[in-house]
Design a protein around this ligand. Structure first.
Ligand code: MCA
Ligand code: AMP
Length: 510
């Protein structure tokens, strides 16, 4: 079934009620959502794109950027959202790799994105602003308001989400209508979504968390969304009292707690606070409970899998236990294997592997990489390390204890050291570099680079390097600190000892 058709089964019977509203007073009814996504879907079909065509976007968060996603899947094409922080070289790679037929960007970025689209043989480029204007909307306005959502099979692609890789090259995770539909259905039940829920939507919509987990939850429940364009603590505090569900990354919860105005009164109508994308510190979990009386529900997922494991929403299914990510979701199987590929017993740490209808169809045009990430018996290797139970926790609960992949998660965004090292090593005067993550009070982890200059390369300074990097990579990937050293510590096998660097730099303040 087409994912949009599945979501539409949850829309309310009275479609004149509100589906979405924004802080500036703009609103959208369910009827309008259907009509406006129909117009965009007609527009896309009128372009006579090939089967399986990709529709890429790099857009500020707006109601219409959500509609573009829904219209793309209604029309049977594949949506490819791109982080607004990506710079020219990053976008060149994504467009070149995905070869979308359509690209939608802001007018401000058109001058540099249009040539990149041309290079990638993208025939159609539209603009869309966050003030309800743009060439996409002008072209859609003349289209019909009814559209027969195209039939799709479960294994037809709905979206490609790029996720960085350990080798430094981003991979496009191919998610099908079946993957996203099954996850939406399962979460609907497991998190107890109801039509009278109100989702305060604060996440960006170019990742699984904000685009699928949050939006699908509200749409399938026929529940209203309060749509915030970006993280704005004052606006969140204003809108929380009329909301029932909030999803965020741990940084959001840390920032809420840092605000003295946040407390029981602000949360008086809240039903559920959900956290994910990065580990939630038990101190944050505890402090949140003490301050508000609410217990954050932590869950675990990946771009390749959507949601896998979650703490229960209802006490009848069990308690929410801080420091754990909960129990496997219905229809998802999780196993933990030791280095001999044997299933770990309670309390033993091993590699987390997963299976289920939500697991992606593979990496876009990377069959070899796809094969490497699955076991011979069909389980996906998450690269995360975990254990069942232990420390008095019930054996059915999973705790994530670390990662076997070299990955930094900063404020919920993934940064692969290999990618950043590759960029730094190409800069003038740089001999080599090592990138590590160290604990950060706001972002959970901060990206730090250690750089060895070439002999006599006087121009290499932390300030210069950071300035150059800001133009080359997304801002959240730019190291918060750069240390210049004469050599990197290596072991007998000549491998850089990142643990040693981490130990040294965690304690250093400069
Ligand atoms: C912003 N900055 C950051 C980050 N975000 N630095 C490190 N890590 C970050 N995540 C820096 C910018 O580079 C800039 O620095 C300065 O902060 C201000 O930027 P701004 O965009 O205004 O920041 P913000 O609005 O305060 O953003 C913080 C944020 C944001 C709200 C926490 O990072 C965010 O929305 N994170 C959520 C990510 C997310 O949705 N992840 C889900 C993916 P300078 O001025 O020096 O340039 S994971 C997923 O989907 C899986 C499936 C899952 O499990 O959920
Ligand atoms: P991404 O590729 O952006 O989807 O990030 C997926 C990764 O985020 C997972 O493999 C985990 O390492 C991490 N992750 C997601 N949720 C959690 C969580 N609740 N606790 C710890 N790590 C998490």
């Amino acid at each position: 079934m087409n994912l949009y058709s599945l979501l539409a089964t949850g829309f309310p019977t009275d479609r004149t009620t509100l589906c979405l509203e924004t802080p500036e007073g703009w609103s959208l009814t369910w009827e309008e959502l259907d009509a406006r996504t129909a117009q965009m879907a007609h527009l896309l079909r009128s372009l006579h794109l090939p089967e399986g065509a990709r529709v890429a976007s790099q857009l500020e968060k707006s109601p219409e950027s959500l509609m573009l996603y829904l219209a793309t899947i209604r029309a049977g094409y594949v949506f490819l959202p791109l982080n607004t922080a990506y710079r020219e070289e990053e976008i060149r790679y994504f467009l070149g790799n995905a070869e979308p037929s359509v690209m939608v960007c802001t007018k401000e970025n058109l001058s540099w994105i249009e040539p990149l689209a041309k290079e990638a043989k993208t025939l159609h480029v539209f603009t869309l602003e966050d003030n309800h204007t743009g060439s996409l909307l002008n072209a859609a306005a003349t289209q019909r308001v009814d559209f027969a959502t195209r039939e799709r099979a479960n294994d037809d692609l709905a979206a490609i989400i790029y996720t960085s890789g350990t080798t430094g090259r981003s991979k496009g995770a191919m998610l099908t209508h079946g993957n996203l539909g099954s996850n939406a259905r399962v979460l609907h039940g497991f998190w107890g979504w109801a039509p009278d829920d109100v989702l305060l939507h604060i996440l960006p919509i170019f990742h699984v968390h904000g685009l699928f987990v949050a939006s699908h939850g509200a749409l399938l429940a026929g529940a209203k969304m309060i749509w915030l364009p970006k993280f704005d603590i004052d606006q969140i505090l204003l809108d929380l009292p009329r909301s029932t569900v909030l999803m965020g990354v741990p940084t959001h919860y840390v920032r809420l707690l840092a605000n003295a105005r946040f407390g029981k009164a602000t949360c008086r109508n809240m039903r559920l606070f959900i956290s994910g994308s990065a580990p939630l510190l038990t101190e944050t979990f505890q402090e949140f409970q003490n301050r508000t009386g609410h217990t954050i529900l932590e869950r675990y997922g990946m771009s390749e899998t959507a949601m896998l494991v979650s703490n229960p929403s209802s006490p009848t299914l069990g308690p929410r236990i801080g420091g754990t990510v909960g129990v496997p979701l219905p229809e998802t199987s999780v196993r933990i294997l030791d280095e001999n590929h044997k299933e770990c017993g309670p309390g033993e740490i091993g590699q987390i592997q997963v299976r289920g209808p939500n697991i992606f169809a593979g990496y876009w045009r990377m069959p070899q990489k796809t094969q490497e990430e699955f076991t011979a018996d069909g389980w996906f290797k998450t690269g995360d390390l975990g254990r069942w139970g232990g420390d008095g926790i019930p054996d059915s609960y999973l705790t994530i204890v670390g990662r076997s992949k070299d990955l930094i998660i900063s404020g919920g965004y993934n940064v692969y050291p290999k990618e950043i090292e590759g960029v730094i090593d190409e800069l003038p005067g740089v001999k080599e570099s090592a990138v590590i993550g160290i604990p950060h009070p706001d972002f959970g982890e901060a990206v730090i680079a250690v750089v060895v200059p070439k002999a006599n390369a006087d121009e290499v300074s932390p300030e210069n390097l950071r300035e150059i990097l800001k133009h080359k990579i997304a801002n959240y990937k730019v190291p918060k600190r750069i240390h210049i050293v004469s050599e990197l510590p290596r072991n007998a096998m000549s491998k850089v000892q990142k643990n040693l660097l981490r130990q040294r730099l965690e304690t250093s303040t400069s």
